[in-house]
Design a protein around this ligand. Structure first.
Ligand code: SF4
Ligand code: SF4
Length: 383
């Protein structure tokens, strides 16, 4: 059941402004990554915001104090007004980031982004190997285009920032992934193990690596870090572990409604890009201004602080560390968005995490992949 802002009665400490505004410009994307964080039913969502509506969102958030503006999707390059949106964001004084698959990018467009004032471009890869990359992306041209664009981004004076989502299909190639990044002269590389929401949760049995795979990947990354630093290579390797092999969860978005504000293509405002799956009527920028949304809406206030907690979190002496963990993970695995994140070994639902780890150990059981595409999404949207 959904709840609304009118149910708010408690008095809360004054909340600071959002710092990060993530503009998910579109759910359209030429690729089909089976771990995409977009909602399963994205094809059933409403019309995308217009250029003017986006600029108004940027203006309101900047006025509140937001300083970082990320353009993502879907594939933000699909939006023909991207150059204009970047220019408007820059004019307002944001530090601007483009998060892209690189598909649809070319040298002229990078130059146009530079002209518009774009500060930073991040290109995502699926794997270090053309066959695996293209199998995961669902496109036989993706890998070559990504390589070309990564080089072009660097040639046009941007730092090269690469992102690899790692999982069962590519994690054993972590050394080759790092070698590729070195060869491309990358500056920052995020080796982010898949987090299991949205499409990744749907495909979890096919994607979750074993503990041994994960530990090896972390060890190899640490060895490369040392070796590259000794060689004077300035590349930064960031390794992100999946919650599923932790005993304590991470703090949800570093504090729900504390720093991050996501606006989806149809204008829905979220404290976290995955939160739309929760049984909450999140507000929309077409109906309310951002100050009201951020400070007064139920969606943004409900999980601030720890008043909402139930046991075991309520009386837990570690609750300040993680604030009960991820609300989407609690909802997905425990069926209750107010429950402790099942990643926590104190959660009564922790056995679900243990069962997923066990399933990952079973060799040979490689279930088929549900690709993230319009057709599959329409099936989810129909229910
Ligand atoms: S994760 Fe893959 S499918 Fe999803 S938006 Fe990014 S490139 Fe497209
Ligand atoms: S019981 Fe709740 S608050 Fe305590 S460590 Fe686990 S998730 Fe965090």
């Amino acid at each position: 059941m959904s709840r609304t802002g009118s149910e708010l009665t408690d008095v809360r400490p004054v909340q600071g402004p959002p710092f990060w505004l993530l503009a998910e410009l579109t759910y359209k994307c030429p690729l089909q990554c089976p771990y995409c964080s977009n909602p399963l039913d994205f094809a059933g969502h409403g019309e995308e915001l217009t250029t003017e509506q986006w600029v108004e969102v940027f203006r309101q958030a900047r006025k509140m104090g937001a300083a970082q503006l990320g353009f993502s999707g879907g594939e933000p390059l699909v939006r023909r007004d991207l150059e204009q949106l970047i220019a408007e964001g820059r004019k307002l004084g944001y530090y601007t980031n483009l998060i892209t698959s690189g598909i649809g990018l070319n040298a002229d467009r990078i130059a146009a982004f530079r002209e518009a004032g774009l500060d930073h471009i991040q290109i995502s890869f699926q794997a270090s190997d053309e066959t695996v990359n293209n199998m995961l992306a669902g496109s036989d041209k993706a890998f070559r285009q990504k390589l070309k664009m990564a080089r072009e981004v660097k040639a046009q004076g941007y730092p090269m920032v690469l992102n690899f989502v790692t999982h069962k299909h590519n994690i054993d190639h972590i050394d080759r992934i790092i070698e590729l990044c070195v060869e491309l002269e990358a500056d920052f590389v995020e080796l982010a193990t898949c987090q299991y929401y949205g499409w990744a949760h749907e495909n979890r049995d096919s994607l979750l690596p074993t503990r041994a795979q994960l530990e090896r990947a972390e060890r190899v990354t640490n060895e490369y870090r040392e070796k590259l630093a000794a060689e004077g290579n300035p590349i930064k390797l960031i390794f992100v572990t999946p919650d599923y092999y932790e005993e304590r969860p991470k703090k949800c978005m570093n504090g729900w409604g504390e720093i991050f504000l996501t606006i989806t293509p149809d204008g829905t405002a979220l404290p976290c890009h995955s939160a739309r799956m929760l049984p909450i009527d999140f507000p929309n920028v077409k109906d309310s201004n951002l100050t009201h949304i951020w400070h007064d809406s139920f969606g943004f206030n409900h999980f601030r602080g720890d008043d909402w907690m139930q046991e075991p979190c309520r009386s837990c002496d570690e609750r300040e560390n993680d604030l009960g963990g991820c609300r989407c993970q609690a909802y997905l695995l425990a069926g209750d968005m107010n429950a402790a994140d099942p990643v926590c070994s104190k959660s009564p639902h922790h056995h679900k995490i243990l069962a997923a780890r066990e399933a990952a150990e079973k060799a040979g059981s490689d279930p088929s992949i549900t690709y993230r595409n319009e057709r599959n999404s329409r099936i989810f949207a129909r229910g």
